[in-house]
Design a protein around this ligand. Sequence first.
Ligand SMILES: Cc1cc2nc3c(=O)[nH]c(=O)nc-3n(C[C@H](O)[C@H](O)[C@H](O)COP(=O)(O)O)c2cc1C
Length: 409
Amino acid sequence: MPNLKVEKILDDPELYIIRVDDDRIKYFEATWDIPEGITYNSYLLKLDGAVVLFDVSKEEYTELFMEGLRKVVDPREITHIVTHHTEPDHTGALPAVLEANGYRAQLIGTTFAKRFLEGFYGEKVVENFHTINDGEEMKIGGKTFRFITVPWLHWPDTMITYVVEDKLLFSCDAGGGYGIPRSIDDSDEEIVEEYLPHVTKYIVTVIGHYHKYIVQNIKKLKSLGVVEEARMILPGHGLIWKKDPMRIFEHYERVGAGTPTKDKVLVIYDSMYGFVERRMKIIIDELRKHGKKPVIYRFTDKETPAVSDILGDVPDSEAIIIGASTYEAEIHPRIRYTLYEIVDKANYEKPVLIVGAFGWAGVAGKKIETLITRSKFDHVDTVESRGMPRPEDEEKLREGVRKLITWLS
Ligand SMILES: Cc1cc2nc3c(=O)[nH]c(=O)nc-3n(C[C@H](O)[C@H](O)[C@H](O)COP(=O)(O)O)c2cc1C
């Protein structure tokens, strides 16, 4: 059952987190398998003469969220609600919050945010809306709130808030990740290590399509000095970063840039009756001979890995090897879908080796090649043949791996 965490983060200024731990969700955005779940983080800041709420929660958990909110404040006392990003996992409970608030609070967000909120929840929700300009500063409760737009992290509406005097960076989706960490912040290294792979998976599946904007926006925040200066980064999902605030943006930068982990090679294949698999065993053997560490995902009649997990393993791989059978004059459907998502969400400049098996007329190899040549990935070689791999096929497969190794050196 979804759980509620309400904790005081700071005494001065008085800052709380209201975190809904969603362990009921199965597919984020109705697509991405996340057995690890996700949290929706909202923050409440009590200042002199002002109470500011940063983002809310998903509609499904409105009641739970309101219970948490009431633990720390009478909703009628909220003077400002900052909406960093309008995706309903951060805004679904907004109509209920405003109702309980008597529509006293002023909403703050970008022009896009106003337009999207009106579309999702109607005109009344945006009656008292202050539209910010990029870099605009507002004095609220004696503090300086600086609003910085970070478009496409992960919608066009997105912004972050920096509370200048206290060096607090409220970053919503930027800096977030999947998973329900046992703690609320990064003080326990074991929890951080467990959590970071979920962050990578989140970045690729959620922001991946726009991943060049990750690097661009982080550059922008760095040039404004807010990343280095921040004493705490408070995202809309997952852990708060206070022991080492820089670490989460460094991780985002690495994923955005596709920085490889030494020797990691991602191997993905389908095999209905074992013909592709026989080829992949040769490939994996050759990879290991060269000291490479293959990370293997296979689609068979007994296993179907989650495409979201595969996507999470793309950014830090040195190279990718794709094995596919020809299926009704096409790429096998599982690999076709996986490839489509890789090229869309995790499009990096990395070498790719293609391996194919067919019964009478192979087309999968050529079709994968076309997809790869139209992406940022580099095509190294295609080794495709009929039925059982013969000794001459084995030699070509090993040669393909050697070409890939040369490419990487
Ligand atoms: C439903 C189905 C459709 C297939 N369509 C084709 C095809 O269009 N062209 C072809 O050459 N082989 C086709 N094949 C044969 C497979 O590509 C071939 O048996 C291949 O070796 C399968 O490798 P695997 O056992 O690793 O899946 C098809 C096989 C199945 C089961």
